[in-house]
Design a protein around this ligand. Structure first.
Ligand code: NAP
Length: 220
């Protein structure tokens, strides 16, 4: 009976954390690939609080970022919005997020999904050794990260006795930063992110500091 209870409480949960300003097909593809490649039970899409290491433009609120995530994932039953970090006070470190989740669900196994850049920076995060102990890292390559990513994986695995897997995913060179720039410069963002998120961005005038003037200029 005991064994049955332990088994019943076992789940494999993916965590896709990010600023998501805005969420785009790059993020969604990573989460979807991880879900299938590692037979996960669900993926938590977890927006960060406005983080200390990145300045978020004042015009985009946490509510906007959450609303865009909700629109982006509404058609995927495996994805769930997690406000775990948004609901906490102060700076939210990944190590604390994982500790909270582990206390809440001791039987769950966590897979933390990240891009290659994050794996290069993980040693500057708070308590990387604990992060690597509490979660399996799933990393996605980006163009040009081939061999150097493999050596970074090997380095981190050896140093921390960790397990890191690579995602078998096509590389989509989409970045939130580029999407914001495109909106500012009046370029198209269609097909880079779900159309409902595109509509939200224009409907709420996000990333457009001074739209009326821009329109004026274009008409001159
Ligand atoms: P982000 O810029 O919003 O991106 C989220 C993740 O998706 C990143 O790992 C990013 O990889 C990846 N990504 C984005 N577009 C991609 C694409 N087209 N193809 C492949 N990968 C893509 O998020 P972030 O600010 O880096 O934060 C990610 C997570 O790390 C969050 O949960 C945050 O809390 C955590 N974090 C924790 C600490 C800490 O505990 N001290 C410090 C920093 C971050 P790239 O990195 O390659 O862009």
């Amino acid at each position: 009976r005991y064994r049955y209870e332990v088994m019943a409480d076992h789940k494999k949960i993916g965590i896709m954390g990010g600023t998501f300003n805005p969420i785009h097909f790059g993020h969604l593809l990573l989460a979807e690939t991880a879900f299938h490649q590692f037979n996960l039970d669900e993926i938590l899409i977890m927006p960060t609080k406005n983080p200390y290491y990145k300045k978020i433009s004042n015009s985009v609120t946490e509510e906007d970022r959450v609303a865009m995530v909700e629109l982006a994932i509404e058609d995927n039953v495996h994805f769930q919005l997690s406000k775990e970090e948004l609901n906490r006070e102060g700076t939210t470190y990944t190590v604390e997020t994982l500790s909270h989740l582990t206390v809440k669900h001791p039987g769950y196994e966590y897979y933390f999904i990240m891009g290659a850049d994050s794996l290069y920076h993980i040693e500057s995060w708070k308590d990387p050794e604990k992060i690597l102990e509490m979660a399996t890292i799933v990393v996605a390559g980006r163009a040009g990260t081939g061999t150097s990513l493999s050596s970074q994986i090997e380095y981190i695995e050896n140093k921390y006795d960790a397990t890191i897997y690579r995602l078998n995913s096509p590389v989509l060179e989409i970045s939130s930063n580029d999407i914001r720039r495109r909106v500012r410069d009046g370029e198209s963002i269609r097909y880079l992110l779900p159309s409902k998120v595109v509509d939200y961005i224009y409907g709420h005038n996000l990333y457009q500091p001074d739209p009326p003037e821009e329109v004026q200029k274009e008409n001159e």
